[in-house]
Design a protein around this ligand. Structure first.
Ligand code: DND
Length: 256
């Protein structure tokens, strides 16, 4: 794998991961603590939930979360790596600890981002409804919840488990490329029209970055630097998490 100028010292990476984990715990405690207090009149309120497979996490995810956080004046955004994504049955995905560690490294330097193991530690498929219910129970009704996704995923949410119940717990922020049209969603019969108002569109700069493309580039030996944070780049290079099929390191993926 041709990954230039990466930090290839396993000890340094282990230290960096340890620091990221401990910082993550501190940020999670701090942000959840703030959210458990009553929101101030003008101050930030609410939690963004950025669910994803994050295989791997990249700048598209980070820009989406950061823009939503700023535009909606949120207290913070929790990244929730999916343990067993229900829509990826039968596909090979990378072992969850790798995806979690990459998310930790990617979010480490942002005091408003933290990563949750909730879906990884929950048995069975990782349904978003269970995740929003969990945060609603932890935070109570005074703090609004916003599930953040890419615009392409919005059309698919109609097939999500208990989608109408989902909207009783949270709103949906669909980040769109400039000019993207979400009009088609209004005619879908699965969604109770009263919840259409709970879908908010947020334009972010066009970021044609995708995890699939990153994995393909790595498999082809092409560069992925600047598509994702350097710390994630270094982790991938060091752990060989996306090593070409047939090598020992490629065992990191699993099919279910
Ligand atoms: P993905 O596998 O699409 O995540 O999963 C997104 C979320 O949908 C996860 O939390 C799933 O658990 C949930 N889901 C899916 C299907 C069914 C159900 C739930 C259910 O409950 O029944 P990726 O890692 O590929 O991407 C994460 C997010 O980032 C996605 O919303 C994706 O659209 C978005 N994204 C970008 N946003 C802006 N710019 C880019 C992006 N690339 C991906 N370049």
């Amino acid at each position: 794998m041709a990954m230039a100028r990466s930090e290839n010292n396993p000890d340094r990476l282990a230290e960096r991961l340890e620091r990221a984990e401990s910082r993550n715990q501190a940020k999670a405690a701090d942000l959840l603590g703030q959210l458990q207090l009553a929101p101030a009149d003008q101050g930030p309120s609410g939690l963004g939930i950025m669910g994803g497979t994050f295989d791997p996490v990249h700048y598209g995810h980070l820009v989406a979360a950061n823009t939503a956080c700023w535009e909606y004046n949120l207290v913070g955004v929790v990244f929730v790596p999916s343990g067993r994504p229900p829509h990826k049955r039968g596909k090979v995905i990378t072992e969850q600890e790798h995806r979690y560690r990459m998310a930790l490294l990617a979010t480490c330097d942002n005091s408003q981002f933290f990563v949750s193991r909730l879906e990884m530690d929950r048995p069975g498929y990782s349904y978003a409804i269970d995740t929003v219910k969990n945060f609603a129970a932890v935070l109570g009704p005074r703090q609004p919840l916003y599930f953040i996704t890419g615009a392409d995923a919005v059309i698919e949410i109609l097939a999500w488990k208990n989608i109408n119940e989902f909207f009783t717990y949270c709103s949906f922020i669909a980040v769109t490329r400039p000019g993207f049209d979400l009009g088609g969603i209004t005619v879908e019969p699965q969604l109770n029209p009263i919840y259409l108002d709970n879908i908010e569109c947020l334009e972010i700069p066009a970021l044609a970055i995708s995890s699939t493309d990153i994995r393909q580039r790595i498999a082809q030996g092409r560069p992925v630097r600047y598509l994702l944070p350097d710390a994630v780049h270094d982790y991938i290079a060091n752990s060989q998490v996306y090593a070409p099929a047939g090598t020992a390191a490629s065992e990191a993926g699993f099919e279910y």
